[in-house]
Design a protein. Structure first.
Length: 325
């Protein structure tokens, strides 16, 4: 997986979640806290999610085949979508069910200092993982806000880890509040309430992840900045006079397809047009290195046909629609 995929963030989260899951489960066995059980399952599910992300990154590196001529870059999107399903079902729904059962059949906590100690340890470990994810994200986030980064990132791993770690920290705070209230009041119902809140939080995060990843699976265009760079690279103002219309599509986080109809001089020879197209492809790859698959179709621009709507996307050099999720 490339550095932009956030491998370091995934590995840091995986190590933290495995150690936290073990500690939480021990605390559940010693105290009977449903919050601890929900949190241990949550951490275990997160560990499985990080494993899925690493597996998706590995599978995405396979070479293109005749059956899949554009390669396997979208494997990373598929596995990120699976993460949202696991987080919703194994994490969120289980926590809601466990909390509901604890509210119906409350019992006081035994050895309360175990869950409190484990929660404090987990907050420290998750904080380290979250800090790593933030550090890795800042290398590619640029001037985008965090919400914009999560919505527009083409590599799904960092947004997934960021949301998981953020949700984990909030969930730990909820678990600590539930356990604290159960200890302070002697009423185990509060432990169940905290567990239900954790489940609801996980369901919300899983839904956000599913919606964002679905957009990537459907296919997203390059960002506005990349589109402008590609258009500027295509036009040489000699043989290629303008871009009639253009479409871009992410075949994976680091692989972009570019298809454009370009306007050329009507009296240029085929050899000159072919040379101009080859030169344009070289300029595109220099301007936007992830543009791996490029198709340029030469044509003679006609204002009459464009005005008649025969080429609905066409204003010479004008902007192409760039959907963002």
């Amino acid at each position: 997986m490339s550095a932009s995929g956030g491998t370091r963030a995934i590995v840091a989260a995986l190590g933290a979640n495995l150690s936290i899951a073990a500690a939480k489960f021990v605390a559940f066995l010693l105290s009977g806290s449903s919050s601890m059980l929900a949190e241990s399952v949550h951490s275990l599910a997160d560990s499985g999610n990080q494993g899925l992300l690493l597996l998706g990154g590995k599978k995405a590196q396979r070479e293109a085949t005749q059956e899949h001529p554009f390669g396997y870059g979208r494997e990373r999107y598929i596995y990120a979508f699976l993460v949202s399903i696991v987080l919703f079902s194994v994490g969120g729904m289980f926590a809601v069910y466990e909390g509901y059962e604890k509210i119906k059949h409350p019992h006081p906590l035994d050895n309360w200092y175990w869950p409190v100690g484990v929660l404090v340890f987990a907050i420290i470990a998750e904080g380290y993982s979250f800090r790593t994810a933030i550090k890795e994200s800042n290398q590619t986030r640029g001037a985008l806000s965090w919400s914009q980064f999560i919505r527009r990132a083409k590599a799904p791993e960092l947004p997934v880890v960021l949301l998981e770690d953020f949700g984990a920290l909030i969930g730990l705070a909820l678990a600590l509040a539930g356990v604290g209230l159960a200890i302070g009041t002697g009423n185990g119902v509060w432990d169940g309430v905290g567990t239900v809140c954790i489940g609801a939080l996980l369901i919300v995060i899983a839904t956000v992840l599913a919606l964002e990843t679905k957009s990537l699976l459907l296919g997203e265009a390059a960002g506005t900045e990349e589109v402008d760079k590609i258009k500027d690279a295509i036009v040489d103002h000699e043989t290629v006079t303008s871009v009639i219309h253009m479409r871009t599509l992410h075949l994976g986080p680091e692989e972009l397809l570019v298809a454009a109809k370009i306007a050329v001089q009507h009296d240029d020879t085929a050899v000159k047009v072919a040379q101009a197209i080859n030169a344009a492809e070289t300029r595109i790859r220099a301007a936007v290195p992830i543009a791996r698959v490029i198709y340029l179709e030469p044509d003679i621009y006609s204002e009459t046909e464009a005005a008649a709507g025969n080429d609905p996307a066409a204003t010479p050099g004008g902007p192409s629609p760039v959907p963002q999720h």
